[in-house]
Design a protein around this ligand. Structure first.
Ligand code: NAD
Ligand code: FES
Length: 281
């Protein structure tokens, strides 16, 4: 059993939990994910790691209540436990595999959308701990939906917050901030890491392709069981077929076929859609 040592609601329907899982905490790296199972009958829920404390042996997860499993998870309190907490899974972020000295010469831009702010945070924090200040754009629907603002302020070099409705800081979507920084202010970035809803990553990639800015995305949203078995996370990257949970979750965003992945994601939600997918494979 994996004890929840801290649980709090960050904002409406978005929850943060620190879970005692010393073996995962010891070896996990930014970019990887875990699979959480509540109880004997519980579904497997893949979640990108938001933070970890190797000393305390805890791993932080952030999730939004979108289905029955996450709604049940949200009811758990400090002192309750998960039946399983499997990980770390997937590949670590490409950035942290790079040589620190070469990273120090790079200007890095993170683009975080909504709940995607959670998986962006450990990467920005890791860079800060290694003496690298990255620029971070965080987009949220409204001020109330913004998460991890204080944490991100401490970890980011420059933090640009934008809300779709203009209720806080800038008004507009993350793509407008990218245009402002690159086209109006003339900032030259070497790479961009965009994590958020699929539609956001698609439009960020369309823009950064035009701007000739290499972009990495995290395809956690299309995962279902996270084991390489269900086939839900199949995605075409360039001319190759990949599984987000085994080969990713991070990929070169300019090579990802987002339309196909989003269509597949929609079909996978219904039993009929899953049958059609099986027949096609
Ligand atoms: P959201 O719908 O509030 O969007 C967040 C921001 O993304 C918006 O404020 C906007 O700035 C930007 N955005 C959205 N649509 C855009 C578009 N068409 N063009 C340009 N920018 C756009 O986000 P949310 O409700 O928090 O998203 C939840 C989704 O995030 C879920 O589907 C979940 O699966 C996904 N998610 C992804 C990851 C990941 O690893 N990629 C991790 C956690 C959650
Ligand atoms: Fe099922 Fe990747 S999530 S195969």
């Amino acid at each position: 059993m994996f004890e929840i040592v801290n649980a709090r609601e960050l904002t409406n329907n978005i929850y943060l939990m620190d879970v005692k899982a010393p073996r995962v905490a010891k070896s996990c790296e930014p970019g990887q994910f875990v699979i959480v199972i509540m109880d004997e009958t519980g579904e497997r829920v893949p979640l990108t790691i938001c933070d970890y404390d190797r000393k305390a042996g805890t791993v932080t997860i952030v999730f939004q209540t979108i289905g029955a499993s996450t709604q049940m998870m949200a009811k758990l309190k400090k002192g309750d436990s998960f039946k399983d907490f499997v990980g770390p899974l997937g590949c670590a972020s490409e950035l942290i595999e790079e040589d620190i000295e070469s990273l120090k010469n790079k200007k890095i831009l993170f683009v975080a959308g909504g709940v995607g702010t959670a998986p962006v945070y450990p990467q920005v924090k890791w860079l800060k701990e290694h003496g690298i200040d990255a620029d971070v754009i965080v987009g949220a629907k409204t001020k109330d939906m913004l998460i991890l603002e204080d944490e991100m302020r401490k970890a980011a070099g420059n933090l640009y917050i934008t809300t779709d409705d203009g209720s806080y800081e800038r008004k507009g979507m993350v793509t407008e901030v990218i245009k402002d920084l690159v086209q109006n202010q003339g900032i030259k970035y070497d790479c961009c890491i965009a994590i958020g809803p699929m539609i956001m990553m698609k439009f960020v990639c369309l823009l950064t392709k035009e701007l000739d800015l290499p972009t990495i995305v995290s395809l956690n949203p299309i995962m279902v069981d996270g084991t390489g078995m269900c086939g839900a996370c199949r995605v075409t990257v360039g001319d190759e077929v990949k599984f987000a949970c085994v080969d990713g979750p991070e990929f070169d965003g300019h090579l990802v076929n987002f339309d196909e992945a989003m269509k597949r994601q929609q079909m996978y939600k219904s039993e009929e859609g899953r049958e059609i997918l099986k027949l096609q494979e």
